[in-house]
Design a protein around this ligand. Sequence first.
Ligand code: ZN
Length: 242
Amino acid sequence: MISEDELSRYKRQIMIFGEEGQEKLKNAKIFVAGAGGLGSPVLYYLAAAGVGTLVVADRDKIELSNLNRQILHRSADIGYEKVFSARDKLTALNPEIEVITFDGTIDSSSAERIVGDADGIVDAMDNFATRYVLNETAVDKSIPLFHGAVRGFHGQATTIVPGETGCLSCLFPNAAPAEVSPVLGTTPAIIGSIQANEVIKYLTGRGRLLTNRLFIWDGLEAESTIMPFAKNPKCTVCAGRK
Ligand SMILES: [Zn+2]
């Protein structure tokens, strides 16, 4: 049930998708991998919209060099675990939601357990090794993966619905090399907002998802392009699976 306070808090979006849509958000659990540049806008907007349970996973502590883009965290938070900083900010923004933290590494031995019974996974990571683990977990559990990645002024996003669309390995069979890449804060702000928008569309059943399409953002030219892609029948992760 939606309380009087919640009716007021979410009034302007209930005008879009009704109390029924708000209930769907409230009853949802979303796993967000990463509380950094992409995770900050994703988590802020999902918390503000009233997604009932957010599971935040990150193994890092806050460093000074994070603060040009990781807007969940503040100068006074340096040295503090990102997941606890995230929990503090998100529950201050919206005490109606629950924030569950996982302060550790996401790998093939932990992913199944920490994703648990989540309704979707947001890829707010900065490396492909973890992205592939998230992709396999999403395919195994048959839950969507909301992918985002950024570099400099450039970013990309896509929504993967296992069984219906190509997966991350269909799109990128080979990992980009791990590196410390340049990032301007506005790039993850744009891409993370698209990921959060996709999660809200998926949960409320509104609009057309960014499926089988890679959204590519060029912030220097202020241009976006859409690259269509399809399921790879020889994909090592999703071929032959529901
Ligand atoms: Zn695949």
